[in-house]
Write a protein that binds this ligand. Structure first.
Ligand code: PLP
Length: 399
């Protein structure tokens, strides 16, 4: 299981373009012509595979989808214009009015809002649980449960889901397991661990430059085909299509993802240990006493470390806000949402990316007022970065 190498899979999946270009060519066409009306009709009927219209797919978006499918070891994929485009299309594909979803309560705020607020419009019921606790998941399932949804490393508390255990339970109950791998590309291969569908925000680590928004759905060929079906396919009909220029950008960045993930992880591990040493309560699943350490070590691909995200509690919002303001002034990183950037990004989770979660639930699940999230950057001199962080902690009398 752990021998799978997602980076080699990417390298083997694309070999330049049809004109011997080392990068793929950018498709500049919304529509495609056919030699005859009969050929066109055959494509509409699914009997003549050909590019038809770029909301569906084109040669550039198809290449990116193919490379991501190789990375996740799925048969096929679709790339979308945002992570939310991928996630909402997947839910809408899998559920109908009257169905039920069991989801992690600690998910990205936009996903939370869709599950908790928007799906009510179409009478889909959602139960939110701690998916790192399989017993909670089992207790929440009902006869009409169609989907179990989790993030590999749950945002923002970095809890680790036991995907093999969730997959075993889901499949025994005829439920689809959907996993968001945005925080941990290459580190986890959810489909190989039993997930049915893997979704992504490519905006984060995968692209790594914060210059675009994108997403992906990776699954078996039948699922992908049905999502792209001309008459019923959720992606085809809702139209969250990725642009070819963006797709070619993401594809180029994919070839350096393994090196970036290793460096993000190495730096995050260093900073997490330092926070711990100075007595700050820190969550990082690479620390041996972290709740997620055992399950992550057992289920991860071994070459990429424990990821670039850390979360820690500074006690209250005002202190956390001051701390982040000074860190930004000192050039440690940016006070900005999002993650997976080459510079460190930081935010106060409860007052930003998890603000969609009602405050009582925030309290219940441990999103405290002072909870601060770092997406640790690719800093070459991480010791210098820590010096600036420690100096700030002392200046503000946090330590
Ligand atoms: N999933 C996770 C884990 C995220 O952190 C985000 C965005 O922050 C999304 C999905 C949504 O992705 P996008 O912003 O690309 O729509």
């Amino acid at each position: 299981m752990n021998k799978f190498n997602p980076s080699s899979a990417i390298f083997n999946s694309n070999n330049g373009d049809e004109y011997n270009g080392v990068n793929v060519s950018i498709s500049d066409s919304a529509t495609f012509f056919f030699p005859t009306a009969q050929d066109m009709e055959a494509t509409f009927n699914g009997e003549n595979p050909a590019f038809l219209y770029s909301r569906h797919s084109n040669s550039t978006t198809a290449k990116l989808a193919q490379a991501l499918a190789a990375m996740e070891d799925t048969e096929a994929g679709i790339v979308t214009s945002s992570g939310m485009g991928a996630i909402t299309s997947t839910f809408l594909h899998l559920v109908s009015s009257g169905d039920h979803i069991v989801s992690a309560h600690t998910v990205y705020g936009g996903t939370f809002a869709f599950l908790n607020n928007w799906l009510k419009k179409i009478n889909v019921e959602v139960t939110l649980v701690d998916t790192s606790n399989i017993e909670e998941v089992k207790a929440a399932v009902k006869p009409n449960t169609k989907v179990i949804y989790t993030e590999t490393m749950a945002n923002p508390l970095l809890k680790i889901a036991d995907i093999p255990a969730l997959a075993e339970f889901s499949h025994a109950n005829n439920i689809k397991l959907v996993v968001d791998n945005t925080f941990t590309p290459m580190i986890f291969s959810p489909k190989r661990l039993g997930a049915d569908i893997v979704v992504y925000s490519l905006t984060k680590f995968v692209n790594g430059k914060n210059d675009m928004v994108g997403g992906a759905i990776l699954a078996d060929q039948e699922t992908i085909n049905s999502m792209l079906d001309l008459n019923n396919g959720t992606v085809m009909l809702l139209g969250p299509t990725m642009d070819s220029i963006r797709a070619s950008m993401v594809l180029k960045n994919l070839y350096t993802l393994h090196i970036r993930m290793q460096k993000h992880s190495q730096n995050a591990n260093f900073i997490a240990k330092k926070f711990k040493e100075v007595g700050i309560n820190v969550c990082y699943p690479g620390l041996q006493d972290d709740k997620g350490y055992e399950v992550m070590t057992r289920t991860m691909n071994k070459n990429y470390g424990y990821g670039g995200m850390i979360a820690f509690d500074l006690g209250n919002f005002e202190i956390a806000a001051d701390f982040l303001k000074v860190l930004q002034q000192k050039g440690v990183g940016f006070l900005a949402v999002s993650l997976g950037f080459y510079k460190t990004l930081f935010s106060n989770s409860g007052h930003s990316t998890s603000s969609e979660v009602p405050s009582e639930l925030q309290q219940k699940i441990g999103i405290t007022q002072g909870l601060t999230r770092f997406s640790v950057g690719l800093d070459d001199d991480i010791e210098l970065t820590w010096t600036l962080i420690e100096e700030t902690l002392k200046e503000l009398k946090i330590i």
